[in-house]
Design a protein around this ligand. Sequence first.
Ligand SMILES: *Cc1c(COP(=O)(O)O)cnc(C)c1O
Length: 576
Amino acid sequence: MSQQFKIELDSVRDEARIAYFSMEIALHPAMPTYSGGLGILAGDMIRAAADRELPMVAVTLLHRKGYFYQRLDSGGMQTEDSVEWVVEDFLQEFPQRAAVSIENRTVHLRAWRYEVRGCTGGIVPVYLLDSDLAENAEWDRSLTHWLYGGDQHYRLCQEVVLGMGGVSMLRALGHHGIERFHMNEGHASLLPIALLDEQAERAGHDRVTQEDVEVVRRHCVFTTHTPVPAGHDRFPSELINQVLGRVETEAMKEVLLWDDYLNMTYLALNLSHYVNGVAKKHAEVLRQMFAQYRIDSITNGVHATTWTSPPFQALFDQHVPGWREDNFTLRYVLGIPPQEVWQAHDQAKRQLIDHVNRVTNVGMDAQDLTIGFARRDATYKRGDLIFRDIERLKAISAGVGRFQIIYAGKAHPQDQQGKELIQRIYQARDALRGYVKIAYLPNYDWPLAQLMTAGVDIWLNTPQPPLEASGTSGMKAALNGVPSLSILDGWWIEGCIEGVTGWAIGELPTSVSFEEERSARDAAALYDKLEQVVVPLFYHDRERFIDVMRHTIALNGSFFNTQRMVLQYVTKAYIH
Ligand SMILES: *Cc1c(COP(=O)(O)O)cnc(C)c1O
């Protein structure tokens, strides 16, 4: 089986062998079809698959109204608008139709196609499913409108559209040779149910059997991104029965072992032959949580060409030709003269500082040490950790060297605590006025992430371990020579070589400690590292600082990219 698959990988370019399913995919900076890290990762994965000319197709939902557009008032209070975008400007409609059954209604689906083109011309087509058709009931027409909008019922229906509708659409489009179905996170877990139906029918069974499960499992791959049990989607059995609306669910219950709740992670775990977490540490945490499964790890990456700023692209083109096709060659960045690295960085930094000053009127100085922090405002990410001791911060900035901080990030519309976190950052900004300049840029998205990860001097990350499954924005920064100053969690456990690729905040945690105690300790470690190492190095030993920048690119940019990641998926998950 794997031998045959390998030959096909080499020889067949037009017939897809791998189908990648994700609830969100960031395909174009102006298409609001993603909410954050998961969607960016999916897009970066597909961009790398296109670079490698893999025979892949991808399936997602259209999200006609996007995730949301973030507005922040003068106190940092977030409100959300839906995003208007012109679908036809980006996508091509297909005449084929597919359908799924939801609550015994037929929901018709159409697909829009987006082509992701790789650096050597390879193409991965992406199909965006759309239920907004005149022949559907009014409510069903809204099912592909909002990413992560609505209640549990709406979400489950969306997951039916993605998983089961996706398979139905692939068949309608003529994709019959797919050998691997990859579920990116549990939102796609209903996909194997559609495959089970197909398999049972093919085998002439009138209900799904254990044998069918074995067959389907060989074709499925599952990547989970969540390190906490609460992060895993689950739906009550009655809701599942209501939505799937079919008698065989009882029979499937036996086969799939669910009781009062259907946990989407368990469903995918049960029905996949290969399962992975997104960093080594994450896989360890998963193995404790799901002890009865074999769980591997493939550490996340980012798409190097997408996340390298224009000044660094020009620098790499000049010194490391071929880096776009082969990101491993970024190791040769170690040979680029330091002043050229600094010049490229200075250009990227000025772009960001100009943007910040235009948007916020904070009056940042491009000479000052600039720290960046941008991610979803969830409390475990502790965006306000650095503000635990305002007086200490003032003292470091006044006594050791001036620094300024640029923030961005959205809170999920239903996450009240996340919204309060933004307001606390605004309060800290006011409390630090005259000492540390702080800017909060609204509506964190792909273009803003490009500007920020390239334009700051230090990328800060302070999650509460072990809750950061991987984290990817520090990898984007690394490609631009921006070292991370971060808690040892997720990818940074693998990426941090102290003083060489960046700096750790505190020690590697050996046990889970009480949250409040841990935060006090982590904040103190952060202040110490800033005061004693990072700020002095930036102002008093620029040469060594630039050497850290070069190592950040050479050691981390060359490795934490999706070209390496996708190769690992091929060898570990797709050809076996
Ligand atoms: C990269 C990215 C993220 C994810 O960053 P993490 O460090 O993984 O939290 C979220 N949102 C946007 C817009 C991004 O570009």
